[in-house]
Write a protein that binds this ligand. Structure first.
Ligand code: PHE
Length: 345
């Protein structure tokens, strides 16, 4: 004999539909977010809610109808409130997440060319403006182009491995851009007007005024009737373009194996303007770079008619120009690539 399931009348009796409706409706009204409202829905309409339990156990038609009406009213109230809350939340989010296009953006720091590259380009532009062309050279050179063709005597100290980086007996990392003179003259007839920038290598211990790698720009002009005055006029123009129109130039004699006469260009000191100070070692002048009239030996070496043509050449260091122009106390700074330094130029 199966036992008949007794319904506990207390469960149904415990539900006072009116009281329940009132608390449920209040909870719906007081819900402040859609999440909150979901909790209310579960509490009053969920499987374990008093309403669902009461509905399951209801016996008489009247109570059933009343409970169902309450259920419908509650569902309706929840969906209305749901819509309200959704709208409120949307409004709030729109307000919070509004993009103010008038607020300045986060600045992005733009990079720029390294000072040496800037000066190299300036140098090139100055000479392009004078009708010169820019030619490339080789960083790996033969001793022929680096020394012999440039009239270096066999016993010249630069030929020593103490001063020059040899790759093998006949191959070096060029010590200057001057080999570009030879390579250019070998491939073209006068008139020649070129500048040739590039890296050079010397076996120097780095200090405030030396780095084993540095940059030069070589210049070469070969034509009929070129004189020392043309060279000095060109270098005076170059100095003022690089250092400022108020600067003055001066030339003193010097020695290079491949120029005769050879000169050194000086620029009036930017600190004392020529009256003498520690920067110019009280001379009023600062050495900028070497130059000279191309030695007839060199012209003949490349097969030029040295009776008909004369020329001048110069080779200036870009790092030196940079430190002189910007007052950089230590040349090595240009190789450290600390953005705090580079950013200033
Ligand atoms: N090559 C020389 C140097 O490195 C500079 C120079 C170039 C001098 C051309 C005269 C003519 O010091």
């Amino acid at each position: 004999m199966s036992e008949k399931q007794e319904i506990d009348p207390a469960t149904v009796a415990a539900v006072d539909p009116e009281a329940l409706e009132e608390t449920a409706m209040r909870a719906v009204r007081e819900a402040t977010s859609t999440e909150d409202l979901d909790r209310v829905r579960v509490e009053y309409l969920g499987r374990k809610s008093q309403l669902k339990l009461a509905l399951r156990e209801v016996r008489d038609r009247n109570t059933g109808m009343q409970l169902n009406k309450f259920r419908e009213a509650l569902e309706m109230a929840i969906s209305v409130r749901q819509e309200e809350l959704r709208q409120l939340e949307l409004d709030r989010r729109l307000a919070e997440e509004r993009v103010d296009v008038t607020i300045p953006g986060t600045p992005v720091r733009r990079g720029h060319l390294h000072l040496i590259t800037q000066i190299r380009r300036e140098f090139e532009d100055i000479f392009l403006g004078l009708g010169y062309t820019v030619v490339d050279g080789r960083e790996v050179e033969t001793t022929h182009y680096n020394f012999d063709a440039l009239n270096f005597p066999l016993v010249h100290p630069t030929r020593s491995p103490l001063h020059t980086l040899f790759l093998d007996e006949h191959t070096v990392l060029r010590t200057e851009t001057s080999p570009s003179q030879i390579r250019t003259m070998e491939t073209q007839e006068p008139p020649v007007y070129i500048v040739s920038p590039g890296r050079c290598y010397r076996r120097d211990t780095p200090d405030a005024t030396h780095t084993p790698i540095f940059h030069q720009v070589e210049g070469l002009a070969v034509d009929e009737g070129i004189t020392l005055a043309d060279l000095e006029g060109t270098l005076d123009y170059l100095l003022r373009e690089l250092f400022g129109q108020e600067r003055r130039s001066q030339f003193v004699t010097h020695y290079f194996p491949f120029t005769e006469p050879s000169i050194e260009a000086l620029v009036s000191c930017h600190i004392c303007d020529g009256s003498g100070c520690p920067v110019c070692r009280h001379s009023g002048w600062i050495e900028v770079g070497g130059a000279g009239m191309v030695d007839p030996n060199v012209l003949e070496f490349v097969g030029y008619d040295a009776e008909r043509y004369t020329g001048f050449a110069f080779g200036w260091g870009l790092e030196r120009i940079a430190v002189l122009r910007h007052g950089i106390p230590d040349l090595r700074e240009l190789w450290r690539n600390d953005p705090r330094l580079l950013r200033q130029f």
